[in-house]
Write a protein that binds this ligand. Sequence first.
Ligand code: AKG
Ligand code: FE2
Length: 348
Amino acid sequence: MDTSVLTTREQWLPHSQAVPRLSGLSDADVDELLSGGIGGFGTPFIVTDAMANWSCMQWSFDWFKKTYGETIVITSSSFESDVRMRGRLSDYIDYITEDGDLRGRVPRNFSYVGTESQLDTAGAGSALDGPQYLVSWDLEYLSGIGDHFHQPYFMKDRNLLDRLMPETQRAFFNKHTFAFIGPKGSLSQLHNDHDHTHSYLAQIVGRKKLVLFSPAEAELVAQVDPFGFTVDGTGIDPQNPDPDRFPRFLETTPFECVIERGDLLFLPSGWLHYAYGLTAGISVARDSVDRWNFGRWFQSMAITNLPKLASRVVQHPSLQRDGIAPPWADRVRNDPYLLSLLTSYYRP
Ligand SMILES: O=C(O)CCC(=O)C(=O)O
Ligand SMILES: [Fe+2]
């Protein structure tokens, strides 16, 4: 394994470490990286020799415009925002490649999703706080595009999800095969991903800054639910940490990095991440499960997702319309009794 450490003066937090930049990873290296680290939750790492032969390296803003320009996309100021906008990808690409500060500006020909009254309750201001971001763009319905990027060489034979049939994957699992296309200043607030999968974020165009925290330190930098997931919008802002809300913040060991074209950042299961576009950019993400996160992933499937699934069912418009679901069914996701019952089966 070749190692080199990023030397960057773009460090935001006084006590952070650089994410190691690695290449030529062996199976034993990966076992070490995913099993040790802070609290036994592994160590994040950047791999510099994973993407060279992937055809997504040919992607550019122009290519997306030419190939999928007419596709309708939904954008928001971050994935926590309830206020969304929709319009054509080609108009969105024009918007993110404009010069200047995009805060408060929206793409040409885009319209709000939902009604005016929804906008009022969600607070239209939140849509305009940051630039519009095509975040977690699910590529499943764009035929063939997902074939442009893969499990990296060091995960190929370890990913247990690959052993399951594609049909099974689609039916039962949350998806995590996404593209992120955003402008300078695109923001994903501090969070960790669903289902305790490992995941990678691979940079194709542009530069992106990330700040990472181990799940072992999650409670020092965010509100965390009984299953170890961050509550949306409660995390620390690494660009402006608030010592009143996070008095023990300096006890943590944050990691910081900048990823650029050809860098693949690997995030072990549960690691908290904050992502900020230093330039307009394109990234892709895919998830994985191996022996080091299988237990936590399985618990997510078997326990955490039950109330989520149940509430999706009862919120389905056809049941709502006919008044079939009883009023309590709507609350199942947040029901304290159900939650305590489920958490009693949960072993972090
Ligand atoms: O790139 C971003 O803005 C966020 C990426 C992310 O949250 C993920 O890949 O899970
Ligand atoms: Fe994420």
